[in-house]
Design a protein around this ligand. Structure first.
Ligand code: UD1
Length: 381
């Protein structure tokens, strides 16, 4: 039996790890061990119940206004016993959170090989996104298996000095998760949305939470949104407000009483996908949404100065607005007014995955440990 431990803690990691865990569970030669750090509590629990997953260990580390040091120390200390007790053959981490970084470091301290899902994303700016860019570089140094979502990510890893034989082009597991949710189509919309929404109006869906956007940049984003609803009377803004108090203390005062703006608590994943499907386009600083929106034909206005996901910009599924009030307003106006620009963006093909990433990852793990020999076809990219 191959013991495969997955360590995750935030909502996006949960969404992207869920299809991998489901696949691991379906294999007769694999014993999955699911470890939650619960860097996020409520938002992660939503994901666990949605995909019907149970944890074997739950470190339950979340504190109000936790610092990066809090998270790192609590994950490392918590994992110590878990690693010793369960002795996995391989540990999987996902993405660039502090959970992923500390999870990989803990596995390294126990000399257990690390598989990094969504490896090789880079902005080449150490402080942007902060601390994610450094987290992912450190995980690249610690990992033995690098699951690159795109060709560009693979190139980044080669430049970083990773041996080619350790890099696997898999596509992003977010597309697997999205396809699973779309196949179920079981979104139940919250009452505040149902009461708010007017069928004749276009929805702009907004989500923003990044540390480097907290404070003034987020205020500028809110001001741009105010100008947009003020000018275009046929639109509504549906804003999913992250539970981070530092996000809430900017967004609520700016947008609480603005006409045709709905501020919602983070909704569960099927509702979020449903809201994106209903929307005209999406404004966000989230990485996951940049990967998901093109699968359902929605353009993305990226509220960040740079992105580690340039594939979307090149494929034409996203435009980079940063946090400049005028630029956000102008790019949004263009999408609202210029039908040709809109059509082109909404019809571009998703460059991030084909829905088979989890299957590839599990096959690679079985090969890696010599448990089975499976044929693997790379993601075409
Ligand atoms: C974290 C990740 C980020 C990822 C994001 C997705 C790090 C450093 N950051 O950022 O890479 O894009 O998750 O959301 O790893 N909170 C709750 N309940 C929840 C979730 C969060 O109350 O279910 C509050 C807590 O007060 C917490 C705060 O949100 O202190 C911030 O959470 P934290 O994990 O520190 O950072 P995020 O901004 O969520």
């Amino acid at each position: 039996m191959l013991k495969v431990m997955t360590v995750f803690g935030t909502r996006p990691e949960g969404i992207k790890m869920a299809p991998v865990v489901m696949k691991l569970k379906s294999e007769k030669n694999i014993q999955p061990i699911v470890v939650l750090t619960a860097q996020h509590r409520q938002m992660l629990d939503q994901v666990m119940s949605l995909f019907d997953l149970q944890s074997d260990y739950d470190l339950n580390i979340m504190k109000d206004r936790q610092t990066l040091s809090d998270i790192t120390v609590r994950v490392l200390t918590g994992l110590e016993k878990v690693m010793e007790e369960s002795k996995p053959d391989v540990v999987l981490v996902q993405g660039d959170t502090t959970t992923a970084f500390a999870g990989a470091l803990s596995a390294f301290y126990h000399k257990i090989p690390v598989g990094h899902i969504e490896a090789g994303l880079r902005t080449d700016d150490m402080y942007n996104p902060f601390p994610e860019e450094m987290n992912r570089r450190i995980v690249s140094s610690l990992a033995s298996l690098h699951f690159a979502p795109t060709r560009e990510a693979k190139e980044n890893l080669l430049k970083f000095g990773v041996e080619e034989s350790k890099i696997y082009l898999t596509g992003n597991t977010v597309v697997d998760a999205l396809q699973y949710i779309l196949s179920k189509d079981n979104a139940v919309y919250p009452k505040d949305f149902v009461d708010f929404h007017d069928d004749k109006k276009k929805i702009l869906f907004v989500e923003t939470h990044r540390r480097e956007n907290l404070g003034e940049p987020m205020r500028k984003i809110c001001r741009a949104l105010k100008r947009i609803v003020d000018k275009y009377k046929d639109i509504e803004i549906v804003f999913s407000v992250h539970r981070n108090p530092a996000v809430r203390e900017v967004v609520f005062p700016e947008l609480s009483n603005v006409e045709r703006v709905l501020l919602m608590d983070p909704v569960d994943y099927p509702v979020m996908i449903g809201l994106m499907k209903k929307s005209f386009f999406v404004l966000t600083d989230s990485g996951g949404l940049q990967e998901e929106a093109p699968s359902i034909g929605k353009p993305v206005v990226v509220l960040r100065e740079n992105t580690e996901r340039p594939e979307g910009l090149r494929a034409g599924t996203a435009v980079l607005a940063g946090t400049d009030e005028n630029k956000i307003f102008e790019l949004s106006s263009q999408l609202l007014e210029d039908n040709k620009v809109y059509e082109k963006m909404s019809k571009a093909i998703n460059p991030y995955g084909d829905g088979k990433a989890s299957e590839r990852i599990v096959d690679i793990l079985l090969n890696f440990k010599g448990v089975e020999t499976r044929q693997i076809e790379e993601f075409a990219g």
